[in-house]
Design a protein around this ligand. Structure first.
Ligand SMILES: O=C(O)CCC(=O)C(=O)O
Length: 338
């Protein structure tokens, strides 16, 4: 917990105020008072931008940006730890990506792909092969030219270089690299949902960090087929390594005790499973959206409620830290609940 100052207010350094009050920084209405109470450099980014896509009765989705709004996207990403590039992959490109990934999944299911393309390590129960189609295809950029192009071309490559530095590297050549994921409910599925975690917690003993994960959505997400939950601003908190977890995962010796962009403690511990976190938001995506999230961002994914639903995407990560000489599957700390 953040220690309380005299008078009962939490003592939070001024530079990380938005992280300590994520719900308000995203959701509070813009009033004359809220405009004046925050110095200009701390104004929540959504006050500064014109609504773009996905409008509803309540207004625009504040984290969705068009390809011509990359400066605003970057400001939002740094401030809140995530941002969505809307409609980045459309028409024939989206269809090609979808077809290439589905084909890879079918070939893996039929035994027509080398075993290195499959994995069970992200599944609910390791070692239990799903009876239907696999939930994951690893090394997807070797099998899908469209995935490779999208993940290595502007604006994706330019954005991650801007955030992580010109020397950043992708995990494409490792098993933890670029992956196609098909999350679906039901008994033939080995992956349906995931509990709270930050990506850093999966390897707190390695010097890979910081990092940005890039997710290209092949399906629009909803309560029907499942969706991502995130806690805006949580990338700034110094979140503990996952010593306490529901899987009995062991945190390797030499791990950093905390990971985050500031030394400010989280206002409350990260829940171990799927509990509600104050200030969390449902990050619904459209087909073709590209989501960027910071490696320290608290996130989880809700299970689909429709039995026939599928939620498919490709995900790759770029790292700004030291590239390990070897990066083994055993390095994966599987702390998040499934
Ligand atoms: O199912 C999802 O979309 C979340 C996956 C995720 O958080 C992860 O693999 O780290």
């Amino acid at each position: 917990m953040v220690p309380s100052a005299p008078g009962g207010r939490a003592r939070i350094p001024a530079y990380c105020l938005p992280s300590a009050e994520p719900a308000r920084s995203l959701n509070r209405p813009v009033t004359a008072a809220s405009q004046t109470e925050t110095p200009p450099q701390q104004l929540p980014i959504y006050h500064l931008r014109v609504p773009t896509t996905q409008t509803s009765g309540l207004g625009a989705t504040p984290w969705a940006f068009r390809p011509d709004e990359l400066t605003a996207l970057t400001a939002f990403y740094r401030h809140h730890g995530f941002a969505v590039l809307s409609g980045a992959v459309e028409g024939a490109t989206a269809d090609a990506l979808s077809e290439e990934c589905s084909s890879a999944q079918r070939r893996l299911a039929d035994g027509r792909l080398d075993a290195r393309y499959g994995t069970d390590r992200f599944n609910e129960e390791k070692g239990r092969p799903p009876t239907g189609q696999p939930n994951y295809v690893q090394h997807i950029t070797e099998l899908s030219p469209t995935a490779r192009h999208l993940l290595h071309s502007p604006p994706v490559a330019e954005l991650v270089r801007g955030w992580l530095g010109p020397g950043c590297w992708s995990a494409e050549d490792s098993d933890s690299g670029f992956v196609y994921q098909d999350a679906r409910p039901g008994p033939d599925s080995g992956y349906r949902r995931i509990g709270w975690h930050s990506d850093w917690q999966s390897a707190p003993h390695l010097d890979l960090w910081p990092a940005t994960a890039v997710t290209v959505h092949l399906d629009a997400t909803s309560p029907d087929n499942g969706f991502l939950r995130v806690v805006p601003g949580s990338h700034l908190w110094a979140t503990p390594a996952p010593y306490e977890n529901v899987n009995g995962a062991v945190v390797p010796a030499g791990s950093r005790p905390t990971g985050g962009h500031t030394a400010a403690a989280p206002p409350a511990p990260m829940p171990l499973r799927f509990e509600k976190v104050p200030g969390e938001v449902a990050l619904y995506a459209e087909r073709g959206d590209v989501l960027f999230h910071d490696c320290y961002l608290w996130h989880s994914a809700a299970v689909a409620t429709s039995s026939a639903a599928r939620r498919r995407h490709i995900r790759g990560s770029w790292f700004g830290g030291r590239k390990p000489v070897r990066w083994e599957n055993e390095d994966f700390v599987k702390n998040a609940a499934r």
